[in-house]
Design a protein around this ligand. Structure first.
Ligand SMILES: [Fe+2]
Length: 372
């Protein structure tokens, strides 16, 4: 295990439902970046990660699982941020900058296809959807890494899921949606929970989540780019290869996936109803019902397994989470953020309309790394 200390953190769904008028306004802004003192500042690299036969078994599990659906837009916000995609923070930054390497597409269809990747859940809490994943859920090396990064004694694995990217696909730079006692991504806007974390104003309520991403192919392109020293320092582009893993605070460390090497030009337009099917012998197809939209070989794909675990310092903290005895209220979050914006001279006495306030909050608190 290699522990790295630093100073310090899908866009498939982001781009759907975009409003180009808003985009034009945002594109005139200058991206900024800054360190966040409340972010956890270590990551752990595991290379090799598993016994070789265990890693090969996960490749087989991926194929045996069946078909994979697309991870797509969860709908637009209501109320505050109304009309904006859930993660408009990352989506707009991606569209404005062309991603980490500043590669813009001229048409929205290609852009959507690049970021519409495939995802399925293997395990969620005690439920297992991919038989054979149980040992991975409780992997001791991941749990040990989480304890070290978050300086906690209790690590409770929460979810394991698979992501598959195809040639030409990429994932915009973002931080994941964190968790706070009382805030829930099913009830409250994802971007607002992200803003709450980046603001650093609600840290007492935050539940740290350790995330591991592990890989099972030597991938052409598709580096995992992350900013271990903060958004204003250079990123590290981790060369994705068989049986390797990283563990970090992805709610705080900006990260994304560089574009996969492209084999079809133009790449097929993937739509949310399509699925990726294993055909045996390392062959896969993307299908729109019965129609085959694209054919792929395993060695052109990028398969990763994400593992997320709650990290508690002690039993009292876990109990407080479960009982809901010390929860944050969403109105408190908004009032506190608005008061802070007023202190900073960015807001007058009245709150602006919902959408305008949402854009102001993201602009004020989420400081993306600039493109290279
Ligand atoms: Fe992420």
């Amino acid at each position: 295990m290699r522990v790295v200390s630093t100073q310090g953190w899908i866009v498939p769904r982001f781009v759907l439902g975009l409003d180009i008028g808003t985009l034009a306004v945002l594109s005139s802004r200058t991206p900024r970046s800054a360190m966040q003192s409340h972010f956890f500042n270590q990551h752990v690299e595991l290379d090799p990660f598993l016994e070789e036969e265990q890693a090969h078994a996960l490749v087989q599990l991926c194929e045996d699982f069946g078909s994979y659906g697309m991870y797509s837009e969860e709908g637009l916000n209501d109320g505050i941020g109304e009309g904006l995609p859930q993660r408009f923070d990352a989506a707009f930054n991606f569209l404005r900058t062309g991603g980490r390497l500043g590669r813009r597409d001229s048409d929205l269809g290609t852009l959507v296809a690049r970021t519409n990747y495939f995802r399925e859940t293997y395990a969620y809490a005690d439920e297992v959807f991919a038989p054979g994943i149980e040992a991975f859920v409780r992997n001791e090396r991941l749990i040990e890494a989480a304890k070290r990064i978050f300086d906690c004694s209790i690590v409770e694995p929460a979810i394991v899921y698979a992501n598959i990217l195809l040639p030409g696909q990429e994932l915009a730079v973002h931080t994941d949606v964190p968790e706070f006692r009382g805030l829930n991504r099913k009830l409250h806007p994802e971007w607002l929970i992200v803003v709450a974390h980046h603001s650093g104003l609600f840290d007492r309520y935050r539940l740290p989540i350790a995330t591991s991403v592990s890989w099972y192919q030597d991938t052409k392109g598709g580096a995992f780019a992350f900013y271990p020293e903060g958004a204003d320092r250079p990123p590290r582009a981790y060369d994705v290869h068989f049986n390797s893993a990283l563990v970090m605070d992805t709610d705080s460390v900006f990260h994304g996936v560089d574009r996969m090497e492209e084999i079809d030009r133009p790449m097929p337009i993937f739509l949310p109803r399509m699925r990726l099917h294993p055909e045996g012998n390392g062959e896969w197809t993307v299908r729109d019902s019965d129609e085959i939209v694209g054919r792929y070989r395993w060695d052109h794909m990028r398969f990763s397994i994400s593992w997320k675990a709650y990290c508690f310092r002690d039993e009292a903290e876990r109990e407080s989470w479960k009982s809901g005895s010390d929860d944050l209220q969403i109105e408190t979050v908004l009032d506190t953020l608005c008061a802070d914006l007023r202190d900073k001279g960015r807001l007058g006495d009245d709150r602006p309309p919902n959408r305008e306030l949402a854009e102001l909050l993201v602009d004020a608190y989420v400081r993306f790394p600039p493109p290279e």
